[in-house]
Design a protein around this ligand. Structure first.
Ligand code: E4P
Length: 217
């Protein structure tokens, strides 16, 4: 399973990338706002750090303007994946980009029906939002399972990029199902290392080691 980091915080991306944890990055208008930086400048910096796909999202809502914005974003670096919303105009733009060889991430996917359309439009990635479905008391993880089954039925090459990840359990559930990619905030990726028994075991080992009176260095 590939790990994308869902942030425009370049310091966090650098830190995780140095550990080999970053296969790509996803951004969106809210994350650009949070970064406080210019979209073109910060996206260029991210593309310099990370070799894998970096999703940059259009903000126009009609296909011709989406296409113009997407082509500008694609000029930032060869590893840009143009992110479009899962609307009819977004699918129209997706098809146009894909036909010209651009990678497209179709975002804001909340149903299996939408995911089928993204695959038909030639998306490289479809981004179903788990956390936001959970927020309205629907089972986000079940959507990932449904899309996995459907894509496998027809060998659709579109990768399932599980998004709106809020917990370590979301990531493990996605891995169990076989999502191709997860995109998660840096804090959730870091939290994967935590376990209460690891902390307890380490405290015990350190306490016993102190009693030996020995030193390694
Ligand atoms: C995906 O690409 C989105 O940027 C992101 O996962 C949305 O997550 P949120 O629901 O936590 O905002």
């Amino acid at each position: 399973m590939k790990f994308f980091v869902d942030t425009a915080d370049t310091a966090a991306i650098r830190e995780l990338n140095a550990l080999g944890m970053v296969d790509g990055v996803t951004t969106n208008p809210s994350l650009i706002l949070k970064s406080g930086r210019d979209i073109l400048e910060v996206t260029r910096e991210i593309c310099d750090i990370v070799e894998g796909p970096v999703s940059a999202e259009v903000v126009a809502t009609e296909a011709p303007a989406m296409i113009a914005e997407g082509l500008k974003l694609a000029q930032i670096a060869p590893n840009i994946a143009i992110k479009v919303p899962l609307t009819w105009d977004g699918l129209t733009a997706c098809k146009a980009f894909a036909s010209e060889g651009h990678k497209v991430n179709v975002t804001l996917c909340f149903s299996a029906a939408q995911a089928i359309l993204a695959a038909k439009a030639g998306a490289a990635f479809v981004s179903p939002f788990i956390g936001r479905l959970d927020d309205i008391h629907l089972e986000g993880v079940e959507l990932i399972q449904d899309i996995r089954t459907i894509y496998d039925n027809y060998a659709y090459p579109t990768e399932i990029l599980a998004a709106s990840i809020r917990s370590v359990n979301h990531i493990v559930d996605c891995a169990r199902i076989g999502a191709d990619v997860i995109t998660a905030p840096p804090a959730v990726i870091r939290a994967m290392a935590n376990h209460v028994l690891t902390d307890k075991g380490l405290a015990q080992f350190l306490s016993d080691w102190e009693k030996t009176g020995q030193k390694i260095l």
